[in-house]
Design a protein around this ligand. Structure first.
Ligand code: S3P
Length: 434
């Protein structure tokens, strides 16, 4: 099978109004929690990507009826917290760390055994960060060598609530523990070194669960039930991020990104870009399924390099590939520190971005937990995406300022997370072809 690639070149000034697909984090959780609820929930704006569909398919295999009356809409017939049935084989999470880690917490509490598997990239990602605290709650999960998938989950364990401080800020680990905590005896209380996205807390609360939470803390009692509710998924800020950077760096650009989710735990890049001098305004503020949304209007601006404030890192953890491209086109160096987690994402994103930008002619000095990007003129070259969707999209953006042709290898994982990226990009003026 040939692995798809892109050829990206500088295109037109970027213009237009873009509808960005639904938020991935919210989509995964919406289908999971609706499946566990008593009653029927409707989800609107569901991300039609392979990752979130994989999560939905896993619940179908565990006996949950999920209808798709039209694209981006799901009707989920919840089976209640005690209604899931064991599947007859491994459950495939595809490329999704969120799917696998949240499911680890949920399935550890079920009366049946489960096996979770993933694609090549997910099969290399660390899972002990979730299995270790789950074991403290009484869960039994075997990982592969080095703590990687597959996860063999032995059901039928009586779980105990836990008080746990996460060693690294991770919404996925926090969420896994909260889901296990729903089934555990007593209370589960999680503290985080830095506040992370709180969709699990917000959404469990929307499903009627009593949960106390504030930035950096979450606490719930086991034995609660979920009540069906309808969910409106906002547009994914992490997908919008590529167009915010593209619109900022391509002269003559003006883009409107409609009704993008602006949960403060997600919008660190907006703050970082504004510190760099970006011209991004917010219009038509509204609330969409309990989440703040607004149209983002981005116009080309002269960016300058910054030291990215470390306290912004968790709030922009998925946006560093895009940030590195903004840094490449700024005046003066940009320094990133406190971002070691980037080494265990879908790829080692510090290494992948540093290597790719060097290929295009820049100097990038990498450290264990960050990098310094020296901006300059971008040339052409061949970029390895390492099968990482965000690396591929970041270099499609970088190419819009390159003097040569940029070939981006292995873009197969873009569609699972951002279906239609290439069409949206071409439609607003990107030079991009398969
Ligand atoms: C996510 C949490 C983050 C983020 C990922 C989605 C989530 O991962 O990088 O893309 O939906 O909870 P970590 O929990 O590893 O920080």
């Amino acid at each position: 099978m040939t692995v798809p690639h892109w050829i990206a070149t500088a295109g037109q000034p970027l213009r237009g109004t873009l509808e960005i697909p639904g938020d991935k984090s919210v989509s995964h959780r919406s289908v999971m929690f609706a499946a566990l609820a008593d009653g029927v929930s409707t989800i609107d704006g569901f991300l039609e990507g392979e990752d979130t569909r994989a999560t939905a398919a896993i619940f179908s295999r565990m006996g949950v009826r999920i209808e798709t009356p039209s694209p981006s809409r799901r009707i989920v017939h919840g089976v209640g917290v005690d209604g899931l049935k064991g599947a007859d084989g491994p459950l495939d999470c595809g490329n999704a760390g969120t799917g696998m880690r949240l499911l680890a917490g949920l399935l550890a509490a079920q009366p049946f055994d489960s096996v979770l598997v993933g694609d090549e990239s997910l099969s290399k990602r660390p899972m002990r960060r979730v299995t270790t605290p789950l074991a403290l709650m009484g869960a039994r999960i075997d990982t592969g060598e080095d703590g990687t998938p597959p996860l063999r989950i032995h059901g039928g364990q009586a779980l105990q609530g836990i008080e746990y401080t996460l060693p690294v800020a991770s919404a996925q680990v926090k969420s896994a523990l909260l889901l296990a905590g729903l089934y555990a005896k007593g209370e589960t209380a999680i503290a985080e070194p830095h506040p992370t996205r709180d969709y699990t807390e917000r959404m469990l609360s929307a499903f009627g669960v009593q949960i106390d939470f504030s930035p950096g803390h979450a606490r719930l009692r086991g034995g609660q039930r979920l009540r069906a509710t309808d969910i409106a998924v906002p547009a994914d800020f992490s997908s919008a991020a590529f167009f915010l950077v593209a619109g900022s760096i391509v002269p003559g650009s003006q883009l409107r990104l409609r009704a993008v989710g602006l949960n403060p735990r997600r919008t660190g890049l907006l703050q970082a870009l504004r510190l760099m001098g970006a011209d991004i305004t917010e219009e038509n503020h509204a609330t969409h399924g309990g989440e703040p949304v607004a149209d983002l209007v981005v116009r080309h601006a002269r960016l300058h390099g910054i030291a990215v404030p470390e306290e912004l890192v968790p709030d922009m953890i998925d946006e560093f590939p895009a940030l590195f491209v903004a840094a490449a086109c700024a005046e003066g160096p940009t320094r990133v520190t406190g971002a070691a987690e980037l080494r265990v994402k879908e790829s080692d994103r510090l290494a992948a971005m540093a290597t790719g930008l060097r290929t295009l002619g820049l100097r990038v000095d990498e450290t264990a937990d960050g990098a310094t990007v020296q901006p300059g003129a971008l040339g052409g070259g061949t970029i390895q995406s390492h099968g990482d969707h965000r690396i591929a999209m970041a270099f499609a953006v970088a190419a819009q300022r390159a003097s040569g042709e940029v070939r981006i290898e292995d873009v197969a994982n873009v569609a699972p997370s951002f279906p239609g990226f290439d069409r949206l990009a071409q439609g607003c003026g990107f030079g991009l072809r398969a």
